[in-house]
Design a protein around this ligand. Structure first.
Ligand code: PEP
Ligand code: CO
Length: 456
């Protein structure tokens, strides 16, 4: 990638309008916290972000898929080794299904170790007759419905930094220290999933993988010596929303002299903050990480091409991922013109489908939810649109959890509307539970396999 325009600096975003930022009660205190974060070690290294960019370049060329997934909003309260391990398990399990199904590499990126700030459609909400600031993520304030808890507190940026550091530390240990070893493929199936139809299907596949490994060993291949069988790369990502925090973690790489946002390997710009002349686009135009941008129904082809031009002027493969989130009923109409416009402009972007964010609705009981069928329908529509425009369907962006939650409706043993209250624990948007995720993975694997089989 070429260097940023000469007008760019880690603070140049301050000249632009920054939407969805907190107004800190004490700006001076927030500045002090940002300076403290700026003096702390980076969470990730520039070289890692470059490795991810290279993997994504392979995806953009049709030689792999991206699985980007995790919580809608991570929680300061749900922070333990078990919770991190369970989230990793479901990533590894889904990735195994997708890799085995498509026979192509799957690049694994978590919404983890930094996904603590949310844009919200309304600044306030009414709880028990009291109007309060809407909950916007644990890095800004508490979720309890009281005015005191909802007051923005910049010290929480420090807590977010430390929780991200500890989460990353454990992720690195798990992924490089044996837990992600392919010989453990059976262990990633959770007990409460194992007896379900998709759990049993997974067991069958895991046994086939084990047999393939034994076959390779019998042929004389020294499996112990093959690093790829024993370690995986799971990269981190979050929405780069809170610019004070992102600026604080932005460092110049000593090897290349380029700027990187070292809060995560990959950052994305949300659908509400992708204004061409806005602060978020300005900030992320100058850092060299792989960047994602969400594209919702209001994205015109001209908007998107202009965004690609600003975020990836040099057309570097792997730099830019466009995350389409159109809704099951609109994807067939709205996505093809975007695919054509970006291809005509020569941008080698990775196209990804987020089938979650445009398929949300509220039940009469007041729960925010999504239907499994709508999620699947949007993914199907995405693959169909890509096939129609001869574009590689690069992957998916999902909200899920390893827990047995009841937040999304449907699935093979359907979660029903009157069961949502059984275990509805998300801080923000409804997530697929472990069984729904696995179910989705098998259906997705078939689409990926078909795409891989017919690719030029
Ligand atoms: C999200 O990914 O949680 C989110 C808020 O998405 P979007 O910007 O697409 O609405
Ligand atoms: Co969400």
């Amino acid at each position: 990638m070429a260097t940023a325009p000469s007008t760019w600096s880690p603070t140049s975003w301050r000249e632009r309008t920054a939407l969805h930022q907190p107004v800190w009660p004490d700006q001076a205190e927030a500045d002090v916290v940002r300076e403290r974060i700026a003096a702390m070690p980076p969470l990730v290294f520039a070289g890692e972000a470059r490795q991810l960019r290279e993997s994504l370049a392979q995806v953009s060329a049709g030689r792999g898929f991206l699985l980007q997934a995790g919580d809608c909003a991570e929680s300061f309260a749900d922070f333990s080794a078990v919770s991190i391990r369970e989230r990793l398990k479901i990533i590894l399990q889904m990735a195994a299904v997708l890799t085995y199904g498509s026979m192509l590499p799957v690049v694994k990126v978590g919404r983890i170790a930094g996904q603590f700030v949310k844009p919200r459609s309304s600044p306030t909400e009414t709880v028990d007759g009291v109007e309060l600031p809407t909950f916007r993520g644990h890095m800004l304030h508490g979720d309890e419905p009281t005015a005191a808890a909802r007051t923005f507190d910049p010290q929480r940026m420090l807590q977010g930094y430390h929780q991200s550091a500890a989460t990353l530390n454990l992720l690195r240990a798990f992924t490089k220290g044996g837990f992600a070893d392919l010989t453990q493929v059976h262990l990633w199936n959770q007990e409460f999933v194992a007896s379900s139809p998709e759990g049993r299907r997974y067991e069958t596949m895991a046994t086939e993988i084990e047999r393939a490994l034994r076959f390779m060993a019998a042929c004389g291949i020294d499996l112990a010596a093959e690093r790829q069988l024993h370690e995986v790369d799971v990269w981190t990502s979050h929405e780069g929303l809170l610019l004070d925090y992102e600026q604080g973690l932005t460092r110049r790489d000593s090897l290349t002299g380029d700027w990187y946002d070292c809060s995560a390997h990959m950052l994305w710009i949300g659908d509400r903050t992708r204004q061409l002349d806005g602060a978020h686009v300005e900030f992320f135009s100058g850092v060299h990480n792989p960047i994602g941008v969400k594209a919702g129904p209001s994205t015109s082809p001209a908007d998107l091409v202009a965004l690609c031009e600003v975020l990836d002027p040099d057309r570097t493969a792997g730099r830019l991922t466009v995350i389409s989130r159109m809704g099951a009923d609109q994807v067939a109409e709205l996505l093809p013109p975007l695919l054509t416009a970006v291809a005509d402009a020569g941008h080698p972007v990775v196209w990804v489908c987020d089938p979650m964010h445009a398929n949300m609705f509220r039940t009469s009981g007041g729960y925010k939810t999504r239907r499994f069928q709508d999620i699947l329908a949007e993914i199907n529509g995405f693959f169909t649109a890509c096939r129609g425009q001869e574009t590689w369907p690069g992957g998916v962006h999902l909200e899920f959890t390893g827990d047995n939650v009841t937040e999304c409706l449907g699935g093979s043993e359907a979660v029903l509307e009157d069961q949502l209250n059984l275990n509805y624990s998300t801080l923000c948007d409804p997530r697929l539970n472990a069984r729904q995720s696995l179910d989705l993975a098998f259906q997705l694997a078939e689409l990926m396999q078909a795409a891989a089989d017919t690719r030029p």
